[in-house]
Design a protein around this ligand. Sequence first.
Ligand SMILES: Nc1ncnc2c1ncn2[C@@H]1O[C@H](COP(=O)(O)OP(=O)(O)OP(=O)(O)O)[C@@H](O)[C@H]1O
Ligand SMILES: [Mg+2]
Length: 336
Amino acid sequence: MTKMFFEPLNGKRISEKEFNLRYAHIESLRVVHPKFSEIKSEVTKIHNLSKANVKAEQLCIIGQTGAGKSSIIELYASKYPHVEEEERTHIPVLLVSVPPRAKSPRVLASKILREMKDQFFDSGSEEHMTHRICNYVDKCDIKMIFLDEFHHLIDRDTDYVLASASDWLKTFIDKVKIPVVLVGLPESERIFSYNEQLDGRYPNRMVLPPFSYSSKKDIIEFRRFLVSIDDKLPLSELSNLSDPELAAKIFYFSFGVPRYVMNLLKSATEISLNKGKDLITEIELRDAFNRITRSTRPYAINPFENTKFHLMDEIEKEKKIHEQLFQSEPKKGKRK
Ligand SMILES: Nc1ncnc2c1ncn2[C@@H]1O[C@H](COP(=O)(O)OP(=O)(O)OP(=O)(O)O)[C@@H](O)[C@H]1O
Ligand SMILES: [Mg+2]
Protein backbone atom coordinates (compact mmCIF):
# COMPACT_ATOMS: atom_id res chain seq x y z
CA MET A 1 0.00 0.00 0.00
CA THR A 2 1.41 3.40 -0.91
CA LYS A 3 1.50 6.46 1.31
CA MET A 4 1.48 10.12 0.47
CA PHE A 5 4.42 12.40 1.05
CA PHE A 6 7.58 10.38 0.29
CA GLU A 7 8.54 9.67 -3.32
CA PRO A 8 9.19 5.99 -4.14
CA LEU A 9 12.85 5.09 -4.60
CA ASN A 10 12.03 2.07 -6.81
CA GLY A 11 15.46 0.55 -6.22
CA LYS A 12 17.33 3.75 -7.09
CA ARG A 13 20.27 4.96 -5.02
CA ILE A 14 19.13 7.57 -2.51
CA SER A 15 20.93 10.94 -2.63
CA GLU A 16 22.73 12.15 0.48
CA LYS A 17 20.39 15.13 0.75
CA GLU A 18 17.27 12.96 0.53
CA PHE A 19 18.71 10.48 3.04
CA ASN A 20 19.46 13.26 5.53
CA LEU A 21 15.98 14.68 5.10
CA ARG A 22 14.34 11.34 5.74
CA TYR A 23 16.63 10.61 8.67
CA ALA A 24 15.71 13.92 10.30
CA HIS A 25 12.06 13.01 9.77
CA ILE A 26 12.35 9.70 11.58
CA GLU A 27 14.33 11.32 14.41
CA SER A 28 11.52 13.75 15.11
CA LEU A 29 8.70 11.25 14.55
CA ARG A 30 6.35 11.06 17.54
CA VAL A 31 3.05 9.23 17.99
CA VAL A 32 0.43 10.55 20.36
CA HIS A 33 -0.65 7.24 21.90
CA PRO A 34 -3.38 7.02 24.61
CA LYS A 35 -1.12 7.40 27.67
CA PHE A 36 0.83 10.18 25.94
CA SER A 37 -2.45 11.91 25.24
CA GLU A 38 -3.69 11.45 28.83
CA ILE A 39 -0.56 13.05 30.28
CA LYS A 40 -0.61 15.82 27.67
CA SER A 41 -4.23 16.63 28.65
CA GLU A 42 -3.26 16.89 32.31
CA VAL A 43 -0.35 19.20 31.42
CA THR A 44 -2.72 21.31 29.29
CA LYS A 45 -5.21 21.56 32.16
CA ILE A 46 -2.54 22.71 34.60
CA HIS A 47 -1.12 25.16 32.08
CA ASN A 48 -4.58 26.60 31.33
CA LEU A 49 -5.27 27.10 35.04
CA SER A 50 -1.96 28.91 35.36
CA LYS A 51 -2.68 31.09 32.32
CA ALA A 52 -5.97 32.07 33.98
CA ASN A 53 -3.98 32.89 37.15
CA VAL A 54 -5.83 30.25 39.15
CA LYS A 55 -3.83 28.56 41.92
CA ALA A 56 -0.79 26.64 40.64
CA GLU A 57 -1.39 22.90 40.50
CA GLN A 58 1.64 20.62 40.50
CA LEU A 59 2.29 17.43 38.56
CA CYS A 60 4.98 14.80 38.50
CA ILE A 61 5.50 12.52 35.47
CA ILE A 62 7.33 9.28 36.12
CA GLY A 63 8.49 6.60 33.73
CA GLN A 64 11.35 4.27 32.96
CA THR A 65 14.10 5.29 30.58
CA GLY A 66 12.92 5.51 26.99
CA ALA A 67 9.21 5.55 27.88
CA GLY A 68 8.79 8.94 26.21
CA LYS A 69 8.66 11.43 29.11
CA SER A 70 10.91 14.04 27.53
CA SER A 71 9.09 13.56 24.23
CA ILE A 72 5.80 14.61 25.82
CA ILE A 73 7.13 17.75 27.46
CA GLU A 74 9.34 18.72 24.51
CA LEU A 75 6.41 18.37 22.11
CA TYR A 76 4.25 20.41 24.48
CA ALA A 77 6.87 23.13 24.98
CA SER A 78 7.50 23.34 21.22
CA LYS A 79 3.95 24.65 20.83
CA TYR A 80 4.91 27.62 23.01
CA PRO A 81 8.14 29.01 21.53
CA HIS A 82 10.13 31.80 23.17
CA VAL A 83 9.42 35.15 21.47
CA GLU A 84 12.01 37.95 21.42
CA GLU A 85 10.24 41.24 22.13
CA GLU A 86 11.64 44.75 22.44
CA GLU A 87 11.99 44.83 26.21
CA ARG A 88 11.96 41.14 27.08
CA THR A 89 11.84 37.57 25.85
CA HIS A 90 8.37 36.16 26.23
CA ILE A 91 8.77 32.60 27.57
CA PRO A 92 5.32 30.99 27.84
CA VAL A 93 6.74 27.65 29.02
CA LEU A 94 10.26 26.98 30.31
CA LEU A 95 11.93 23.60 29.94
CA VAL A 96 14.91 22.89 32.18
CA SER A 97 16.90 19.70 32.60
CA VAL A 98 18.18 19.21 36.17
CA PRO A 99 21.96 18.89 35.89
CA PRO A 100 23.62 15.82 37.39
CA ARG A 101 25.39 16.41 40.70
CA ALA A 102 23.28 19.43 41.61
CA LYS A 103 24.75 19.19 45.10
CA SER A 104 24.10 22.81 45.93
CA PRO A 105 20.91 24.68 45.07
CA ARG A 106 23.06 27.20 43.20
CA VAL A 107 23.83 24.60 40.51
CA LEU A 108 20.13 24.04 39.85
CA ALA A 109 19.23 27.73 40.15
CA SER A 110 22.03 28.61 37.75
CA LYS A 111 20.73 26.10 35.19
CA ILE A 112 17.25 27.63 35.41
CA LEU A 113 18.73 31.13 34.95
CA ARG A 114 20.72 29.95 31.95
CA GLU A 115 17.54 28.66 30.28
CA MET A 116 15.97 32.04 31.04
CA LYS A 117 18.88 33.55 29.02
CA ASP A 118 20.29 35.40 32.04
CA GLN A 119 23.74 36.61 31.00
CA PHE A 120 25.10 36.21 34.52
CA PHE A 121 23.49 32.83 35.21
CA ASP A 122 26.44 31.67 37.29
CA SER A 123 26.80 34.65 39.58
CA GLY A 124 25.18 35.73 42.81
CA SER A 125 24.24 34.06 46.07
CA GLU A 126 21.60 31.34 46.24
CA GLU A 127 19.09 33.88 47.55
CA HIS A 128 19.91 36.40 44.88
CA MET A 129 19.56 33.76 42.16
CA THR A 130 16.17 32.65 43.49
CA HIS A 131 15.04 36.27 43.52
CA ARG A 132 16.20 36.75 39.92
CA ILE A 133 14.37 33.61 38.78
CA CYS A 134 11.13 34.90 40.34
CA ASN A 135 11.63 38.26 38.61
CA TYR A 136 12.14 36.55 35.26
CA VAL A 137 8.98 34.50 35.79
CA ASP A 138 7.04 37.79 36.07
CA LYS A 139 8.92 39.69 33.39
CA CYS A 140 8.96 36.90 30.81
CA ASP A 141 5.39 35.90 31.69
CA ILE A 142 6.36 32.26 32.31
CA LYS A 143 3.26 30.23 33.10
CA MET A 144 4.77 26.79 33.61
CA ILE A 145 8.19 25.23 34.20
CA PHE A 146 9.16 21.65 33.30
CA LEU A 147 12.01 20.20 35.34
CA ASP A 148 13.19 17.14 33.43
CA GLU A 149 15.64 14.59 34.89
CA PHE A 150 14.27 15.31 38.35
CA HIS A 151 15.96 12.09 39.61
CA HIS A 152 19.27 13.93 39.32
CA LEU A 153 18.43 15.18 42.79
CA ILE A 154 19.67 11.76 43.90
CA ASP A 155 23.45 11.62 44.01
CA ARG A 156 24.65 8.76 41.80
CA ASP A 157 27.87 8.30 43.77
CA THR A 158 26.36 8.03 47.22
CA ASP A 159 22.74 7.19 46.30
CA TYR A 160 21.59 9.83 48.78
CA VAL A 161 18.90 12.39 48.03
CA LEU A 162 20.56 15.77 47.66
CA ALA A 163 19.07 17.40 50.71
CA SER A 164 19.79 21.06 50.13
CA ALA A 165 18.81 21.02 46.44
CA SER A 166 15.50 19.28 47.15
CA ASP A 167 14.79 21.67 50.04
CA TRP A 168 15.55 24.60 47.79
CA LEU A 169 13.19 23.20 45.17
CA LYS A 170 10.35 23.05 47.69
CA THR A 171 10.89 26.68 48.72
CA PHE A 172 11.32 27.74 45.11
CA ILE A 173 8.00 26.11 44.13
CA ASP A 174 6.24 28.10 46.85
CA LYS A 175 7.87 31.32 45.72
CA VAL A 176 7.31 31.18 41.95
CA LYS A 177 3.59 30.41 42.31
CA ILE A 178 3.36 28.72 38.90
CA PRO A 179 3.21 25.02 38.11
CA VAL A 180 6.59 23.28 38.19
CA VAL A 181 6.10 19.93 36.45
CA LEU A 182 8.68 17.38 37.64
CA VAL A 183 9.70 14.64 35.20
CA GLY A 184 11.93 11.71 36.08
CA LEU A 185 12.72 8.03 36.42
CA PRO A 186 10.79 5.81 38.90
CA GLU A 187 13.53 6.32 41.49
CA SER A 188 12.35 9.95 41.74
CA GLU A 189 9.79 8.59 44.21
CA ARG A 190 12.64 8.35 46.71
CA ILE A 191 13.02 12.12 46.67
CA PHE A 192 9.42 12.44 47.78
CA SER A 193 9.87 9.79 50.48
CA TYR A 194 12.83 11.72 51.76
CA ASN A 195 11.31 15.18 51.53
CA GLU A 196 7.82 15.14 53.01
CA GLN A 197 7.18 18.78 52.22
CA LEU A 198 7.87 18.20 48.54
CA ASP A 199 5.80 15.00 48.74
CA GLY A 200 2.77 16.91 49.99
CA ARG A 201 3.02 19.42 47.17
CA TYR A 202 2.89 16.68 44.51
CA PRO A 203 -0.15 14.51 45.14
CA ASN A 204 -0.70 14.31 41.40
CA ARG A 205 1.75 11.79 39.92
CA MET A 206 1.27 10.19 36.53
CA VAL A 207 3.13 7.14 35.35
CA LEU A 208 4.10 6.68 31.72
CA PRO A 209 4.50 2.90 31.39
CA PRO A 210 5.95 1.04 28.42
CA PHE A 211 3.48 -0.84 26.24
CA SER A 212 2.42 -4.23 27.50
CA TYR A 213 1.37 -7.54 25.96
CA SER A 214 -0.63 -8.97 28.85
CA SER A 215 -4.15 -8.54 27.57
CA LYS A 216 -5.97 -8.25 24.24
CA LYS A 217 -6.45 -4.55 24.89
CA ASP A 218 -2.72 -4.07 25.51
CA ILE A 219 -1.82 -5.91 22.33
CA ILE A 220 -4.25 -3.79 20.32
CA GLU A 221 -2.76 -0.63 21.82
CA PHE A 222 0.78 -1.67 20.89
CA ARG A 223 -0.27 -2.66 17.39
CA ARG A 224 -2.05 0.69 16.98
CA PHE A 225 1.19 2.40 17.99
CA LEU A 226 2.95 0.44 15.23
CA VAL A 227 0.25 1.40 12.70
CA SER A 228 0.87 5.08 13.45
CA ILE A 229 4.64 4.71 13.21
CA ASP A 230 4.32 2.78 9.96
CA ASP A 231 2.22 5.58 8.57
CA LYS A 232 4.79 8.20 9.57
CA LEU A 233 7.96 6.38 8.46
CA PRO A 234 9.85 8.17 5.68
CA LEU A 235 9.15 5.37 3.20
CA SER A 236 6.62 5.52 0.37
CA GLU A 237 4.99 2.18 1.22
CA LEU A 238 3.51 0.72 4.38
CA SER A 239 5.52 -2.08 5.99
CA ASN A 240 2.60 -3.74 7.80
CA LEU A 241 4.46 -3.53 11.12
CA SER A 242 1.25 -4.19 13.03
CA ASP A 243 0.88 -7.67 11.57
CA PRO A 244 0.28 -9.87 14.67
CA GLU A 245 3.45 -11.94 14.21
CA LEU A 246 5.67 -9.02 13.37
CA ALA A 247 4.22 -6.95 16.22
CA ALA A 248 5.00 -9.77 18.69
CA LYS A 249 8.61 -9.85 17.44
CA ILE A 250 8.97 -6.08 17.73
CA PHE A 251 7.51 -6.31 21.22
CA TYR A 252 10.02 -9.02 22.15
CA PHE A 253 12.88 -6.81 21.04
CA SER A 254 11.59 -3.68 22.77
CA PHE A 255 9.53 -4.96 25.71
CA GLY A 256 7.18 -2.17 24.69
CA VAL A 257 9.63 0.66 25.37
CA PRO A 258 9.21 3.30 22.63
CA ARG A 259 12.96 4.09 22.54
CA TYR A 260 13.80 0.48 21.64
CA VAL A 261 10.96 0.24 19.13
CA MET A 262 12.28 3.36 17.42
CA ASN A 263 15.93 2.29 17.60
CA LEU A 264 15.01 -0.87 15.71
CA LEU A 265 12.80 0.86 13.17
CA LYS A 266 15.29 3.69 12.61
CA SER A 267 18.01 1.19 11.85
CA ALA A 268 15.74 -0.93 9.62
CA THR A 269 14.58 2.19 7.73
CA GLU A 270 18.18 3.22 7.19
CA ILE A 271 18.99 -0.22 5.78
CA SER A 272 15.95 -0.09 3.47
CA LEU A 273 16.78 3.42 2.24
CA ASN A 274 20.35 2.43 1.46
CA LYS A 275 19.04 -0.45 -0.66
CA GLY A 276 16.64 1.87 -2.49
CA LYS A 277 13.69 -0.01 -0.96
CA ASP A 278 10.35 1.62 -0.19
CA LEU A 279 9.36 -0.45 2.83
CA ILE A 280 10.80 -2.51 5.66
CA THR A 281 10.61 -6.31 5.63
CA GLU A 282 11.77 -8.90 8.17
CA ILE A 283 15.11 -9.02 6.36
CA GLU A 284 15.86 -5.40 7.26
CA LEU A 285 14.53 -5.97 10.78
CA ARG A 286 16.79 -8.98 11.17
CA ASP A 287 19.81 -6.98 10.01
CA ALA A 288 18.82 -4.02 12.18
CA PHE A 289 18.62 -6.35 15.19
CA ASN A 290 22.15 -7.59 14.46
CA ARG A 291 23.45 -4.03 14.31
CA ILE A 292 22.03 -3.02 17.68
CA THR A 293 23.96 -3.78 20.85
CA ARG A 294 21.83 -4.31 23.95
CA SER A 295 23.96 -4.91 27.03
CA THR A 296 20.83 -5.51 29.11
CA ARG A 297 19.57 -8.37 26.88
CA PRO A 298 22.63 -10.55 26.18
CA TYR A 299 20.54 -13.72 25.84
CA ALA A 300 17.83 -12.37 23.56
CA ILE A 301 17.47 -14.23 20.27
CA ASN A 302 16.97 -12.50 16.94
CA PRO A 303 13.19 -13.00 16.51
CA PHE A 304 13.33 -11.93 12.86
CA GLU A 305 15.39 -14.99 11.96
CA ASN A 306 12.81 -17.23 13.46
CA THR A 307 9.71 -18.36 11.56
CA LYS A 308 8.33 -20.30 14.53
CA PHE A 309 8.47 -17.53 17.06
CA HIS A 310 6.33 -17.68 20.18
CA LEU A 311 6.60 -14.56 22.30
CA MET A 312 5.85 -15.92 25.77
CA ASP A 313 8.04 -19.02 25.25
CA GLU A 314 10.99 -16.88 24.16
CA ILE A 315 10.57 -14.47 27.08
CA GLU A 316 10.47 -17.45 29.44
CA LYS A 317 13.55 -19.05 27.85
CA GLU A 318 15.54 -15.85 28.08
CA LYS A 319 14.54 -15.42 31.70
CA LYS A 320 15.62 -18.98 32.54
CA ILE A 321 19.05 -18.58 30.92
CA HIS A 322 19.53 -15.36 32.83
CA GLU A 323 18.49 -16.92 36.13
CA GLN A 324 20.68 -20.00 35.62
CA LEU A 325 23.74 -17.95 34.79
CA PHE A 326 23.04 -15.47 37.54
CA GLN A 327 22.63 -18.21 40.17
CA SER A 328 25.80 -20.00 39.11
CA GLU A 329 27.88 -16.80 39.26
CA PRO A 330 30.14 -16.76 42.33
CA LYS A 331 29.14 -14.07 44.79
CA LYS A 332 31.71 -11.31 44.89
CA GLY A 333 33.53 -10.61 48.11
CA LYS A 334 32.41 -13.85 49.82
CA ARG A 335 35.24 -15.65 51.62
CA LYS A 336 35.39 -19.32 52.60
N1 LIG B 1 5.32 8.79 21.55
C1 LIG B 1 6.39 8.41 20.87
N2 LIG B 1 6.32 8.19 19.55
C2 LIG B 1 7.40 7.80 18.85
N3 LIG B 1 8.61 7.62 19.39
C3 LIG B 1 8.73 7.83 20.69
C4 LIG B 1 7.64 8.24 21.51
N4 LIG B 1 8.08 8.36 22.78
C5 LIG B 1 9.38 8.06 22.75
N5 LIG B 1 9.78 7.75 21.51
C6 LIG B 1 11.12 7.33 21.07
O1 LIG B 1 11.88 7.03 22.21
C7 LIG B 1 13.01 7.90 22.34
C8 LIG B 1 13.21 8.24 23.78
O2 LIG B 1 12.14 9.04 24.24
P1 LIG B 1 12.33 10.07 25.44
O3 LIG B 1 13.65 10.73 25.35
O4 LIG B 1 11.11 10.92 25.44
O5 LIG B 1 12.29 9.08 26.68
P2 LIG B 1 12.47 9.42 28.21
O6 LIG B 1 11.34 8.75 28.94
O7 LIG B 1 12.62 10.87 28.41
O8 LIG B 1 13.83 8.65 28.54
P3 LIG B 1 15.00 9.04 29.60
O9 LIG B 1 14.44 8.78 30.96
O10 LIG B 1 16.13 8.13 29.25
O11 LIG B 1 15.32 10.50 29.40
C9 LIG B 1 12.69 9.09 21.45
O12 LIG B 1 13.87 9.69 20.95
C10 LIG B 1 11.87 8.46 20.36
O13 LIG B 1 12.69 7.88 19.38
MG1 LIG C 1 14.16 12.08 29.13
